[in-house]
Ligand binder design. Structure first.
Ligand code: GDP
Length: 255
């Protein structure tokens, strides 16, 4: 709420990090892909309300599953978050739920622990799934679990693929992209930890990944989402996009 009350240019910096970055590009550079999803203040506020729990709006961890037949019923629109281990996924989910501090984002960093899909329910509006982090040593059962989820979950509205904003797309990220492309499901790339990258490096990564998305993908939303869970930049916009893709922002959908 405080961020949304900031004066316009400071607010833009926090809410729309990509637009802030655009100021440093050469004049005439095409930045149309920086602002495809550009909600107004009312939409941002509506999304913020969705992420704030209350007496009649319970936001909570529901359950974990290692197999699809353990997943909760596919009753609500759903979004899922995938990414390499250490990409900043749990920090991001914690930031998204920061207005509801009672929501416990479980993390298991112990090697050898069973990797699980964690389901969170946001009132009667949508579910958010924290998928296990992948890496070079992802076991076969993990790949099968993620594949089965992505292929079978018919209420899945969008997959958020997290990419480290400092190092850009890595080999394992390309494997995830190939999987999402093969299944033909809609996804969006989120660049994490942007506070750790210099402006120049971040712009280079953004432009390179944007070009890759344009040339090599079919199912990826052309606009990248930039976030810092530490500084809270990009979090409001991402909340708003989640609200939008789960059908909870009627005004944006109408426009
Ligand atoms: P996960 O394995 O993908 O769940 O990653 P974590 O959320 O546990 O983050 C991995 C490491 O990156 C931790 O040391 C976090 O403190 C750090 N980290 C996560 N997000 C950010 C961020 O936005 N900015 C900075 N500077 N560090 C971050």
């Amino acid at each position: 709420s405080q961020v949304l009350r900031l004066e316009r240019s400071r607010r833009t910096g926090v809410v729309f990090p990509l637009q802030k970055l655009a100021r440093y590009l050469a004049p005439g550079t095409d930045t149309s892909r920086f602002r495809l999803f550009q909600p107004d203040l009312a939409a941002l506020q509506r999304a913020e309300a969705l992420f704030r729990s209350g007496r009649n709006h319970v936001i909570d961890y529901v359950s974990s599953a290692v197999r699809m037949d353990h997943a909760p019923p596919a009753a609500l629109p759903e979004v899922c978050f995938v990414g390499r281990s250490n990409v900043g996924k749990s920090s991001l989910i914690r930031a998204l739920f920061a207005l509801s501090p009672e929501v416990e984002v479980r993390v298991s960093k112990t090697p050898g622990d069973t990797k699980k899909m964690n389901f969170f329910k946001v009132g009667k509006y949508f579910t958010l799934v924290d998928m296990p982090g992948y890496g070079y040593r992802a076991p076969q059962d993990f790949v099968e679990m993620v594949e089965a989820y992505l292929q079978e979950r018919h209420n899945l509205k969008r997959t958020f693929l997290l990419v480290d904003g400092v190092v850009g797309l890595q080999k394992t990220d390309h494997i995830a992209v190939e999987m999402l492309e093969e299944f033909g499901i809609p996804y969006v790339m989120v660049l994490t930890k942007i506070d750790r990258a210099s402006r120049g490096l971040l712009l280079k990564n953004v432009l390179e990944i944007q070009e890759f998305v344009k040339e090599k993908t079919h199912g990826c939303f052309p606009q990248l989402f930039l976030v810092s869970s530490l500084e809270f930049s990009g979090i409001h916009l991402l909340r708003c996009f989640v609200a939008h893709v789960t059908g909870n922002l009627p005004t944006v959908e109408a426009s």
